[in-house]
Design a binder for this molecule. Structure first.
Ligand SMILES: C[S@@+](CC[C@H](N)C(=O)[O-])C[C@H]1O[C@@H](n2cnc3c(N)ncnc32)[C@H](O)[C@@H]1O
Length: 765
């Protein structure tokens, strides 16, 4: 008996990138990996040469290897990757299970810096083979804290082709659950160090029309907190213009990089989502085509005029109707754009060129395909209702050869033991680029604007285009009061022709799903006493700290519970656009949270673990306490160790400090207790007689595994005791809850009570 993950709501079956739960399908009945419709359809499309067909099917039926990416900013990732290379791989190299040698993880050859890994072992090996069991624990905990992202290999491809840099303004149009968002954030944060986070000048707007999924996205992205992140909940095909002030008035914000990882039928994920074998039908792709086109067209309107600006369009579907047909129609509707030849990039990534011929069908059994739209419309075999389901753009257009569709990339499972995927990279045609001098200024202003005297004509043309763009955007954009009633246009099987869809969308409100009930973000006054007290307690100089960029989640701008920080561009957007119109769901990153005092204790704010890397560069070095490895072990082992348990001189240092939030640096180096490859800087809370490491349970367990080779935390010991009853000695937790504990604590407002009576509370502001 197999369990299949449900694949979204509605009649149209679409892949909304389920989070890889690591479940494998090695126990499944291979006979169920059949679907005659699928075979007939794709054979007719000639997606592969005849001689590769069996190899392709055979790969489609094999369980997908487990893949993961070492995440985090560049430096952090490099440190952890070295641990995998130097510690885990050697320990797994001679692993055997039931007399068979088990291959260790290997680096995915095309992924930069060897940061992506792949291994292919059955679940029972992970559960029972001691070295793999340990490695699995490591993966689970590091995933919980965001240092590892268990992401399907092919899903790592689109962000690579985006080439994001820290100053880029990036839009991720269909972002949830956020594995690619995380990759983009990492690129924006390329300048972070292992202990401190940069404040990038760029921007990432991560959008998804599904409200619940935007919250999942926020949980995921909390693993890489960023002052440059905004999350919105809108229909990407009708994304409103974002206004931004410039010295020459308000302008529409245009993006340097746009990712359209659109909803799709997902038949490239059949190795993982095996339910698709049973349900696959050509109608899934047919019904999604027009929404996919509209999302790509909207992205084209939002891309700026920099020659290096680009859009990456991707699906995990093999179907040309969702891939080449979408790209072709968007290029025809917007002839300013072209496909980029990226064949020289990532040469070890084995791919096939995009198709130039395909033949859609509405026949569920896929026995009839039509060479042209005209043939389809004229056919007596098709009834009128069916005819309304497909539009001309489902077929290859006339003059298809001029569109360079072979520049698109098709990834098939048998080429490198992966899922199936499609990627296309698009840009404005170079002649439409803005001259360099203007680009520099426009880039510094973060908007699309032109003004070079020597290219006056071009400037006027572009400016006119810009103003038209602005007007069109304004007329497209819904007003806030329309949004609560509007719903996301669903791409469903049985929807009308694409043309009808397009005209519908012109009048549709650009809204995400459901009512919008988020609190607004408001910037706090730079002289707010709570903010200044937070800064002074942590010895942060307000003249260097970006005090004007601190925000809260209430309309009054009152520093009541949680303080966030954003960068300048996020601030500019929030201050000049209605949060309801943008359905702004999250912005910036949390830095301080209120710590309720006991009866006699005055409430204080503390620095949050996720905010510490941002705050750290502004903290007076002299006030950071120097810890030692023994104290670190004590803090990891117990929730609230008494100060008197700490070794000197750290004990005295702590005792001399007032109660409240402090920062400790544990030095890199090797002692008999542990070995640190870099300084570890952590937030602590000191009460009268004890102190607490202010990181959540799972982060503590991950730290413990990394530092001491086992989970010595109280929670870890309890878990082991529980599991020991079932499976003696097992240290691997079940991977049921994919949400990191930090998020659970902060979003649920869970309360942990310190033995001194102090409540460690974080409620949603
Ligand atoms: C393929 S998934 C995206 C996966 C994501 N990029 C990642 O890497 O984790 C497609 C997403 O599109 C969202 N979606 C569907 N229709 C949309 C629309 N009209 N506008 C924006 N998002 C949409 C779905 O909710 C889903 O989360």
């Amino acid at each position: 008996m197999t369990r299949h993950r449900p694949r979204g709501k509605g009649k149209g079956k679409r892949r909304d990138a389920p989070v890889d739960d690591g479940r494998n399908n090695d126990l499944l009945d291979k006979a169920s990996f059949k679907n005659e419709r699928f075979f007939a359809y794709y054979k007719a499309q000639k997606i592969l040469p005849e001689e590769e067909w069996e190899e392709f099917l055979e790969a489609m039926r094999r369980p997908l290897p487990t893949t993961f990416r070492v995440a985090g900013s560049r430096q952090t990732a490099a440190v952890l990757n070295k641990t995998i290379e130097d510690v885990h791989v050697p320990s797994l190299s001679n692993a055997e299970f039931e007399g068979q040698k088990i291959p260790p993880p290997v680096q995915i050859p095309w992924y930069p810096d060897g940061l992506a890994w792949q291994f292919n072992v059955p679940k029972k090996v992970l559960r029972k083979q001691p070295e793999f069991k340990k490695f699995h624990s490591f993966l689970v905990f590091e995933t919980e804290v965001g240092n590892i992202s268990r992401q399907e290999g092919v899903s790592m491809i689109p962000p690579l082709f985006l080439d994001v840099e820290p100053h880029h303004k990036v839009m991720d149009m269909c972002a949830a659950p956020g594995s690619k968002t995380a990759q983009i954030l990492e690129a924006l944060h390329a300048q972070d160090t292992v202990t401190s986070s940069s404040i990038p000048s760029g921007l990432l707007v991560a959008n998804d029309s599904d409200n619940k999924r935007t919250h999942l996205l926020i949980h995921q992205s909390a693993r890489l907190p960023s002052p440059a992140l905004m999350v919105t909940n809108l229909d990407a095909s009708n994304y409103p213009s974002i206004k931004i002030p410039t010295p020459r008035g308000m302008r529409t914000l245009m993006f340097d990089r746009i990712l359209c990882d659109v909803p799709c039928s997902g038949d490239g994920t059949m190795r993982k989502n095996i339910g698709i074998w049973k349900t696959w039908s050509p109608g899934d792709a047919n019904g999604l085509h027009s929404l996919q086109v509209r999302i790509l067209l909207r992205a084209m309107r939002l891309l700026n005029y920099e020659p290096s600006s680009k859009i990456v369009y991707s699906t995990c579907s093999l179907n040309p109707v969702e891939n080449e047909a979408v790209v072709a129609d968007a290029l025809i509707q917007n002839p300013d754009f072209e496909l980029m030849d990226v064949s020289d990039r990532f040469p070890q990534l084995i791919r096939r060129p995009g198709m130039t011929e395909w033949r859609p069908t509405t026949d569920r059994e896929c026995e009839t395909t039509f060479e042209s739209y005209e043939e389809f419309i004229a056919s007596s075999k098709v009834d009128e209702a069916m005819k309304a389901k497909l539009s001309r753009s489902h077929w290859p257009p006339d003059g298809v050869e001029k569109l360079n569709l072979p520049y698109c990339m098709r990834i098939y499972p048998h080429l490198q033991d992966s899922g199936g995927f499609f990627v296309a990279v698009l840009r404005r045609k170079p002649k439409l680029a803005v001259p360099t001098s203007d680009r520099k200024r426009a880039a510094s202003e973060g908007v699309q604007e032109v003004a070079a005297p020597e290219t006056k004509k071009a400037r006027l043309d572009d400016e006119d285009a810009m103003q038209t763009e602005l007007k069109k955007d304004e007329s497209d954009s819904p007003m806030a009061d329309q949004e609560s009633e509007a719903t996301t246009p669903q791409a469903e099987e049985g929807q009308g022709a694409a043309e009808k869809e397009r005209s519908k969308s012109a009048s549709a409100a650009a809204s995400g799903s459901g009512a919008f009930r988020e609190q607004p973000y408001t910037y706090v006054s730079p002289t707010d006493p709570v903010l200044l007290s937070c800064l002074s307690r942590l010895h942060i100089n307000p003249s260097t700290f970006p005090v004007s960029n601190v925000l809260v989640r209430n309309p009054e701008g009152e520093a009541a519970r949680v303080l966030y920080i954003s960068n300048d561009i996020v601030k500019s957007i929030i201050q000049n656009n209605s949060y309801e119109r943008l359905r702004l769901t999250a912005a910036g990153t949390k830095i301080f949270a209120k710590q309720e005092g006991g009866k006699a204790t005055e409430a204080q704010f503390r620095v949050l673990g996720e905010g510490l890397p941002v705050v750290l560069p502004f903290v007076d070095e002299k006030t950071i306490m120097d810890g030692d490895h023994e104290s670190l072990k004590i803090l990891v082992e117990s929730y609230y160790p008494l100060c008197e348990r700490l070794p000197q001189p750290f004990r005295k240092m702590v005792e001399d400090r007032p109660s409240g939030s402090h920062i400790v640096r544990f030095p890199k180096g090797t002692t008999e207790i542990t070995s640190l490859t870099h300084d570890l800087v952590l937030p602590i809370w000191k009460s009268n007689v004890s102190l607490t490491l202010m990181i959540d349970k799972k982060a503590k367990s991950a730290l413990s595994l990394r530092l001491f080779g086992k989970d010595i935390t109280t929670a870890g010991k309890e878990r082991q005791a529980q599991m020991g009853q079932k499976d003696s000695g097992s240290a691997t937790p079940a991977v049921k809850d994919e949400t990191p504990a930090a998020v659970v604590v902060e979003e649920s407002g869970a309360i942990v009570v310190d033995e001194s009576g102090l409540k460690m509370e974080e409620k949603k502001d």
